[in-house]
Design a protein around this ligand. Structure first.
Ligand code: ADP
Length: 601
């Protein structure tokens, strides 16, 4: 895969140059505050390093009390000023952690909603989404966590410069020793990091499965099936299984990195012994005064801590940027379909399927195999066929949720791939079998707009659709009328519409969209025959002069249609009017009609 070829350094650069500007644009004060906090943190210790020897040697050599007090006051006052400014900056920064996290989660959500539909079934894309989510979450600490490391790194580089300069004056050899153990420490940290990244890779799939089960178990929509099919033990067992996999990965990581941590601990002890031993020796020989001894020990301690900090910053930056890079990969996930720029002509359209063949991505079976079909502007076409014949698939191709594997779909003589995607999507108002309503108000579900943005005229139109689909009685009974929320996800008094009412709401939403092509894909399955008849009859009136495609295995819908296309073996096996097909001897339509005729006689 492409990402394997990208080096960690490139990833750091990419993360910083891509994500930081996005964050800075949204939150302009974030980076200046980080810089201020870092600056205070860098300057504070040097006040002590500079003034402490003057105070200690002053005490030993009997410097006047007033002068000593002045040094002490500058030290205490300076430290207080730096500490207070830094603390204020930290307090101001705190709120950005949550805000940045939310902002990037929002961006991910937006990107998911705009992703080519077929990628929502693509395992690789889903894995990438999972990696993007976890990668930008606690794994990397998001942009906040990365910026924190980045500024700490910059601050530590400045501190190292300062400490090194001070030590080089009196104990240059100590610098050599420090270099050796920092190098060993860095090697250990890099090794431990590699292990952590391997564990992360292992965990991404487990985490996805794990959270799927976690959500399914608590999601009330699964409640009925779980209870009636006694699914709880299966789900809990599976959940446990994934949890074990997850724990195993963590255990493996802890076990593998233990030896590296042990080496670091031994090094920590060695540092203290070497520094004090060496400085002590110089002091005994009179090469260090008590003040400069304190200064050296403090600077060496500072340099040690800062170098370890720097090693940690670098490894953390590598690690965090590696995780966050998954987010960038997700934002850049290649589109599954080409998109054109041509404007879609106004008015009704002539649609032509030309030799269309299609197999779902990742499968070989041709669900459609050389389909030829023309739909005239304003025509009502019924798509008929046994379950699995490919009717819904044809509609999905027409709506560009997928592209044909072979052949072409033309709208007004132009390949639909050449049209502007968003404008093209506006031409269709489908009601799919598995349509979804949202946990928002009835009105918002019909207009698909935030309640605050719905104009009085739009509300009136939505009410008209509610009347036309026969939902007035239902909405009038609701506590807040059209403003009542669907489902009880957000509100106690939310409404749980029946299957039939949900379908009517979905139909109202489709009619509200006012698109030139309307599609009903077996939307009446949950309706009783009387309601179904009403819906079709009314719908046919409501459709007015628009093009309409009806999919239904109840052939009553076909009678409203100008033409009927019968699907079988991935092709249009029969095509004609109801009268033509019903009289076709040995025909599939005639046989299906005969089987259902009792309902219509
Ligand atoms: P119909 O609408 O005629 O009942 P569909 O178009 O829904 O049939 O399905 C046609 C075939 O395509 C079925 O065998 C179905 O299992 C398969 N199919 C539908 N959706 C997918 C998908 N997302 N991935 C793989 N196969 C699918």
């Amino acid at each position: 895969m492409k990402k394997r070829e990208i080096s960690s350094v490139q990833k750091i650069r990419d993360v910083i140059t891509t994500l930081f500007p996005i964050a800075a644009k949204r939150f302009p004060f974030f980076f200046p505050l980080m810089a201020l906090e870092t600056l205070c943190d860098v300057l504070r210790p040097f006040l002590g390093i500079y003034l402490t020897p003057m105070i200690v040697d002053g005490l030993v050599n009997g410097l006047p009390f007033g002068k000593l007090m002045m040094y002490a006051a500058i030290l205490a006052g300076g430290e207080t000023v730096f500490t207070v400014i830094r603390q204020l900056a930290i307090t101001a920064l705190n709120k950005y952690q949550e805000r940045l996290g939310n902002y990037f989660r929002e961006r991910t959500g937006e990107h998911v909603m705009n992703l080519d539909f077929q990628l929502t079934e693509d395992k690789k894309a889903l894995d990438q989404l999972e990696k993007a989510n976890t990668g930008m979450d606690w794994y990397s600490g998001g942009v906040y966590g990365i910026a924190e490391q980045f500024f700490m790194f910059a601050g530590n580089v400045l501190k190292i410069g300062g400490f090194t300069a001070v030590i080089a004056l009196r104990m240059p050899l100590l610098l050599a020793a420090i270099c050796v153990y920092v190098a060993i420490d860095a090697v250990m940290a890099v090794k431990a990091n590699k292990v952590e990244l391997q564990a992360y890779d292992k965990l991404s799939k487990v985490n996805r499965l794990f959270s799927y089960f976690g959500w399914s178990i608590v999601d009330f929509r699964y409640g009925k099936d779980i209870r009636l099919y006694d699914g709880s033990s299966m789900l809990v067992n599976k959940w446990d299984g994934y949890q074990n996999d997850s724990v195993d990965a963590w255990k493996w990581q802890a076990k593998t990195t233990l030896k590296y941590q042990l080496v670091s601990t031994v090094l920590d002890v060695a540092r203290v012994v070497i520094t004090y031993g060496y400085a002590g020796l110089l002091a005994i020989r009179g090469m260090l005064t008590p003040g400069t001894f304190t200064q050296m020990v403090e600077s060496a301690g500072g340099l040690d801590a800062t170098l370890s900090g720097l090693v940690w910053n670098v490894t953390e930056l590598f690690k965090r940027c590696n995780y966050a890079y998954e987010y960038i990969l997700f934002e850049r996930y290649p589109a599954a379909m080409p998109k054109g720029t041509k404007p879609v002509p106004d008015g009704l359209h002539r649609i032509e399927f030309r030799n269309v063949t299609f197999a779902y991505p990742g499968t070989d079976r041709k669900v459609l195999d050389g389909v030829n079909l023309t739909i005239e502007p304003g025509e009502r076409l019924s798509l008929v066929g046994l379950n699995g014949a490919g009717k819904t698939t044809l509609v999905k191709l027409l709506c560009r949720l997928y592209d044909p594997s072979d052949g072409q779909i033309l709208m007004d003589g132009t390949d639909i791939r050449e049209y502007d995607y968003v404008a093209y999507m506006k031409q269709f108002a489908p009601v799919f079998q598995d349509f979804k309503l949202f946990g928002f108000s009835v009105l918002e579900n019909i207009c698909l707009k935030d309640a605050n943005e719905i104009s009085p005229a739009e509300k009136e139109r939505a009410e008209k659709m509610i009347r036309k689909t026969g939902l007035t009685e239902m909405t009038e009974k609701l506590p807040k009328g059209m403003d009542t929320r669907i489902y009880k996800v957000f509100e106690e008094d939310g409404v749980e519409p029946s299957g039939g009412e949900q379908q009517k709401l979905a139909i109202a939403r489709a009619l509200y969209k006012d698109a030139p092509v309307v599609i009903l894909d077996e939307p009446t399955a949950a309706l009783d025959p009387v309601a179904e008849y009403d819906i079709y009859r009314q719908f046919d009136e409501l459709v007015e002069n628009r093009t309409a495609l009806y999919i239904s295995h109840r052939l009553s819908s076909s009678r409203f249609c100008d033409r009927i296309a019968v699907f079988s073996g991935g092709r249009v096996a029969e095509y004609g009017t109801h009268e033509e097909l019903v009289n076709m001897r040995g025909g599939l339509y005639a046989a299906m009609f005969e089987a259902q005729a009792q309902y219509y006689r």
